[in-house]
Design a protein around this ligand. Sequence first.
Ligand code: G6P
Length: 369
Amino acid sequence: VTAEKAGFDHFMMKEIYDQPKAYRDTIGSRISEDGSRVVLDEIGMTADEIRRIRNIHIVACGTAYHAGLVGKSVIEKLVRIPVEADVASEYRYRAPIITPETLVIVVSQSGETADTLAALREAKRSGARVLAITNVVGSSVSREADDVLVTWAGPEIAVASTKAYTTQLMAFYLLGLYLAQTLETLEQAEIVRTLAAMQSLPEQVESILARSEEIKAYAEKIASHEHLFFIGRGLDYAVALEGSLKLKEISYIHSEAYPAGELKHGTLALIEEGVPVIALGLQTELIEKTVSNIKEVTARGGEVLGIAYEGDNELAKSVDRTFSIPRTLDLLSPALTVIPLQLLSYYASLARGNDVDKPRNLAKSVTVE
Ligand code: G6P
């Protein structure tokens, strides 16, 4: 069993450390050798079919849904096609407006989640083209979708998803750039710059993992708390949702992710002396706004851990402590910021004596609706 875990105590930790390789494998040969374009031969849609897409629906459950929220921002930013992201169990029953010009993207690590599969079938019945992002070749979702983009994360055993999420992000970056190059919505130089930045991500993840002790110390500090908040704006908010879910799943600490600007409309009432708040500030244009929200928290005694780019002194001086992230494009930052949040939930779970790989009440794959 230790061999399967490659010397780690738990599958989750092994899978967190698998991520640099999983990023490389998922990018694989999907970037042309000269680094100028995305090659997605597995997508059967012709350029004409892509030009006919009027709107996109992303449908998934749990962590895959959180990857979908990042995917929504990425595609809207790169391609300017309207994208909605829905939880699969909600999507089916809200009579979504699906037309033959709708592209439905289902995201599922296992490819067997009942709600996601049902949403896929509903979308196909309504005449939409369905693209699946999945980690399991031959899964039900992969068999029934029109197009399949495989995440090459390798088997994920721990219930708490880590490398499946981050490789789903890679799939969305590739897909967004692919649509952008086909529809010519992005300057060629911008495509090249983004692809180069993507190729630096695995090494940057390695450099974050080398500093896991910093997160361990913080996790041990917050492990005795019962409530915790994550705040962020834009893509940082999407990552905050995933960080919060991860923490709840395995440490059983109650946490909430909040759009930083929305805190003052209610949830700020819960901030008192010593309440831990994790603030993500990687969206350059929004950092100043997030800093003012951090001040609302610290003024009430909340203790803030800031997640910021290396050298971002503005955010660093507004918080109690900082964990720094190597510089990347803001669009790609979720692929780095989620790493310390995964480590935080792992170490907090460990400090509380929980079964990290098999949290109570949860299953790896949910095949009931
Ligand atoms: C379960 C797992 C989650 C996962 C979700 C969706 O609830 O515990 O970690 O995100 O299902 O799974 P899928 O295989 O569809 O990505």
